[in-house]
Design a protein around this ligand. Structure first.
Ligand code: FES
Length: 134
């Protein structure tokens, strides 16, 4: 059974290929589909339609266990704020074996209707508070 680990939360989910209920967000058995099935908060502002970059993840291990990146995904993914080697879109990358991905801080900081940011209080406050003379 493939295992997916999301960092930095360090949460791992296992699933049986072909048995995952599909919730119509992203491709079936994509990283996003697995996250949703396990109540894990991976952003997906466009509903998993390859039209935003809020599901952006960076693959840390097991890249060969993900589906090949299609042109649509590559074009969209390149527009992610912190695009880098290993970048994939969670809604498009289908899991075929064990994989570990990092959710970039840019996306962790984003709050959805599904719950609070998984980074929570770990986001430090700004160092210099601005004084507007009030
Ligand atoms: Fe929008 Fe993946 S959820 S591109």
């Amino acid at each position: 059974m493939p295992k997916v680990t999301f960092l930095p939360a360090n949460q791992t989910f296992e699933f049986e290929t072909g048995k995952l209920p599909y919730h119509e967000h992203g491709l079936p058995e994509s990283l996003l589909d697995i996250a949703i099935n396990n109540g894990f908060n991976l952003e997906h502002a466009c509903g998993g339609n390859c039209a935003c970059t809020t599901c952006h993840v960076v693959v840390k291990a097991g890249a060969e266990n993900l589906s090949e990146e299609e042109d649509d995904e590559a074009d969209r993914c390149e527009t992610a704020a912190d695009y880098q080697v290993g970048s994939r879109l969670g809604c498009q990358a289908i899991v075929k074996g064990d994989v570990t991905v990092m959710i970039p801080a840019w996306n962790r900081n984003y709050i959805s209707e599904g719950g609070a940011s998984i980074l929570g209080d770990a986001i430090p406050p700004p160092k210099n508070k601005m004084n507007f003379g009030h």
